[in-house]
Structures are given as C-alpha cells and as structure tokens.
Design a protein around this ligand. Structure first.
Ligand SMILES: [Zn+2]
Length: 236
C-alpha cells in the first residue's frame, strides 16, 4: 500500500527495531511472519512521524513499546483519516478480505536516548529530528548499514510533501535536507525504493527551488494535485 517501506534494524542477538510497519492488516501479518522466520525479536516499533499510515498496529507488534519524536497524537482523528482515505478503500475493495491495520493506542512516546544516540542494545542509531513533512518527524541514521531510514522525505516516487501548517514550509524542508544530506550512502524512504542518498537530496532541493520540469514524480495524478496545492507556497 503506497509502496510503503518497512525497515527492521537487527542487533547481533536478533533483537530488532521495526520502523513504520505497514498499512493493511495483511501487510502487518506478512511482516510479522517474515520477522518470525528470521528469528528476529522486536523490542520496539518506531513511527517516523504522526501521520496515520505510520501509526498502525497488529500482528506481533501489538503491545510493544512505541517510539517516536514524541509529538502529540489524537487517535480519533487518525482513525477518521484512515477510514476516509479513498486510496486505502479502493485497495481494500480489490483485495477481497484485507482490512486496514488498527491505529496504535496509546500513541507512541518519545524514544530513549543517550549521548545523542538511541538508547537500546542494537546497532548504533542516530536520530535526526526535523519538521520537513510533519511536526516532530524523525529520520534514523544507521552507520553500520551506511543507511538513512528517512520517513516521508527523500522519496524517488513522492515530491517533497510540505507541512503546510509550518510558518515557513519550504525553509523548514530545506533545513531538514541540510541535516540529512551526507548522513549515509543509501536512503530508505517511507514510501518508494532504496537508493543512493545524494541524488535524492539534489532532486528535492531542485523541487524546492522551483525546478519542476522533468520531475517524473509529478506524473502521478495524486502527486500532481498535491503539487498544485503546494505551488502558491513554493512561489512565495
Ligand atoms: Zn506522512
């Protein structure tokens, strides 16, 4: 669903951190089975930001600690947004029996940290806090994998989706790109495909600078519509 990327950061003892675990109940079940097959043991689930499709529960993840940047979340609003999502409804209708994953209750808490790093027993994870796409967004730098688990930024399929509630959405997004550039060789976006980080940073900077022509991401009708809504902000 939405070409969602779920990431599992695994420690040598097979304990693991699951980042943004999926959208439909079937996806969560598949991810749970895959983790079981590998013998990995989730110790927590990470939500990169507070949009409903990153706050879903179920399968083996039910009851695990939920970590995030620690933003306030209104569960009722999230459930309404999930249930009113036309694309999700369309996919579920076509899937014969799949259902939306439940929204996590209670909402995530702020992650444990020590000296600027995630305080857990797994591989080193540095949390980069920014507000590019939503207030309190987080991206995870995993040096041992030379990878940035980005959340909903730096996608090959999505243009920069601005937080239009921010006082300066474009400046805020640019500041986030400055923080994230050069943190790793590879990027794992919340939606899209794994790829080299630096061309993604360049593409998103170009978009923010108003270079839209030839941006293949705008061929998607939904993103073209979002782009039109963002244009006034970008022009300003
Ligand atoms: Zn999002």
């Amino acid at each position: 669903m939405y070409i969602t990327t779920s990431t599992v950061v695994v420690a040598p003892d097979r304990s693991c951190l699951v980042v943004d675990p999926g959208v439909t109940a079937h996806e969560i079940d598949l991810l749970s089975s895959s983790i079981r097959v590998h013998g990995w043991r989730p110790v927590a689930v990470w939500s990169t930001h507070g949009h409903w499709d990153h706050l879903l529960d179920g399968g083996m993840f039910t009851g695990l600690p939920r970590w995030s940047g620690g933003w306030p979340v209104d569960v009722e609003t999230l459930m309404t947004e999930r249930d009113e999502d036309d694309e999700l409804a369309r996919v579920l209708l076509a899937s014969h029996g799949d259902s939306p994953a439940p929204v996590v209750v209670p909402p995530p808490v702020r992650y444990p940290s020590k000296d600027g790093w995630l305080d857990w027993d797994g591989p080193l994870v540095r949390v980069v806090e920014h507000a590019a796409h939503a207030p309190g967004s987080t991206s995870l730098v995993v040096p041992s994998a030379d990878a940035l688990v980005a959340g909903d930024v730096l996608s090959d399929i999505e243009i920069p989706l601005l937080d239009l509630s921010a006082p300066d959405p474009v400046g805020t997004y640019r500041a986030a790109l400055d923080l994230l550039a050069g943190t790793a060789s590879l990027v794992v976006p919340g939606h899209g495909h794994v790829g080299p980080l630096s061309p993604r940073v360049a593409a998103d900077r170009a978009y923010l600078d108003g270079s839209f022509a030839g941006d293949a991401r705008l061929l998607d009708p939904w993103l073209a519509a979002v782009h039109e809504a963002q244009r006034a902000v970008l022009a300003g």
